[in-house]
Design a protein around this ligand. Structure first.
Ligand code: ASP
Ligand code: MG
Length: 403
């Protein structure tokens, strides 16, 4: 809408941008990111930026903790891990202010990211980002530390689990009713398969939350699974794109837009995803719920259940959790045991709901490539196969030939 004098009454767009750790890995990269944010702000947008820890900082902090204590208290782990994002946020804010772009950084607790009281894997309960709104009113760029919050119950600093800054970004975008939430990375979009594993993997320009949810549930690392869940629930428009836009490579994709409305016109295979490490566990006398409680009680960490059949379950977890699970289960006797640890999962996600003929076609490809299927399961848009770990890469390549 315009006034007779031509002055636009349209509200200023509000963009939430999340920068991944790789895009902030060194001072030069931080300054480049600052340039990009500054031009967005100068173009008239209100900008809130969520940062991850620089490069491999979080891994280094975990490593440091292990050198001091074999089983550190989780409360102290959160005190330590939250430092990583605090470094990025303050450095980025310094770089922006030097460019003449007024910026202010906040920790999760300063920004009112309120979580439950569990350490290392907390859930956001509520956002009360009053200071963020106030700073936006003053036309400042706001930089927030991702991956962290505070529990109003215990008053303790918490972290949201590995990769959790995506969740921070979506939560703040929802709270501020942002026009969109951009997840900016060193990878420039969502791909049909991991480009490191499949050389001819292609970028996917657009999809629905439903597709990305199934992809992240079955191993796509492009976004944190819980962040996609939250975006779908709250209908936060997501965009995955490259942090660095000034490359001269003209084959570069223009990113992936993820919305509620988008529907593919035609049924076809969209993407292949995979978990490299899957364990098969015999529960024996345990129920699945008791087994999960047992692991939690012994501080082994959270596992992700992929499939259950009677008393056999197939699970995956972050690398650290899998190794501590292996150590734990091999020491002493437990009412459950790992029966196979050299497994992987490979999943095919389709543009529309799967049918029997998709299953036949996919199974025939795996059979043709002499890949034994240990277990297969179906979800709305996807088929999932548990295969021997040594056949993983071959299975991914074979299935990708259908795309
Ligand atoms: N820095 C944290 C991690 O590496 C959180 C994040 O990157 O989202 O897991
Ligand atoms: Mg990180």
């Amino acid at each position: 809408m315009s006034t007779p004098t031509g002055i636009s009454l349209k509200r200023q767009p509000l963009i939430v941008q999340k920068y991944g750790g790789a895009t902030l890995a060194d001072p030069e990269k931080i300054k480049q990111v600052a340039q990009r944010i500054c031009s967005l702000h100068t173009s008239g947008a209100k900008v809130v930026v969520i940062v991850s820890a620089m490069g491999k900082t979080t891994n280094q902090l975990i490593d440091l903790a292990k050198q001091v204590s074999p089983r550190p208290l989780l409360r102290e782990m959160d005190m330590l891990l939250s430092v990583g994002e605090r470094m990025s946020m303050s450095l980025l804010s310094m770089a922006l202010n030097d460019l003449g772009c007024t910026a202010i950084s906040f920790t999760g607790s300063q920004a009112g990211i309120l979580t439950d009281d569990s350490h290392v894997n907390a859930n956001i309960l509520e956002v009360k980002a009053f200071r963020v709104e106030e700073a936006l009113e003053q036309d400042k760029v706001v930089i927030l530390a991702g991956f962290q919050g505070v529990s109003p119950k215990t008053k303790e600093i918490t972290t949201l689990g590995r990769g959790g800054s995506d969740i921070s970004a979506v939560a703040i975008a929802d709270y501020l009713k942002a026009d969109r939430c951009e997840i900016l990375k060193d990878v420039d979009s969502v791909y049909t398969a991991d480009p490191k594993l499949v050389l001819n993997a292609r970028s996917i320009p657009q999809m629905n939350y439903r597709h990305l949810l199934e992809m992240t549930q079955w191993g796509a690392k492009v976004l944190h699974q819980r962040s996609v869940d939250l975006a779908a629930q709250k209908q936060v428009i997501l965009f995955v794109g490259a942090a660095n836009t000034d490359t001269s490579n003209d084959t570069e994709s223009t990113g992936t837009l993820i919305t509620h409305e988008f529907a593919f016109e035609r049924k076809h295979l969209l993407a292949i995803n995979s978990y490299q490490r899957v364990f098969e566990i015999q529960l024996d006398t345990f129920s699945l719920v008791d087994f999960q409680k047992y692991l939690q009680f012994h501080q082994v960490g959270q596992i992700q259940i992929l499939h259950q059949q009677n008393s056999t379950v197939w699970i995956t977890a972050p690398e650290e959790t899998l190794s501590s699970l292996q150590d734990f289960m091999s020491s002493g006797s437990h009412p459950a045991r790992i029966t196979q640890s050299e497994l992987s999962s490979v999943s095919t996600t389709f543009t529309q709901s799967v049918t029997d003929s998709d299953l036949h076609e996919t199974a025939a490809i795996l059979k043709g490539a002499a890949i034994p299927v240990i277990q297969s399961t179906v979800s709305d848009l996807s088929l999932h196969f548990i295969v021997p770990a040594e056949k993983r890469s071959q299975a991914i390549q074979a299935l990708h030939s259908l795309i």
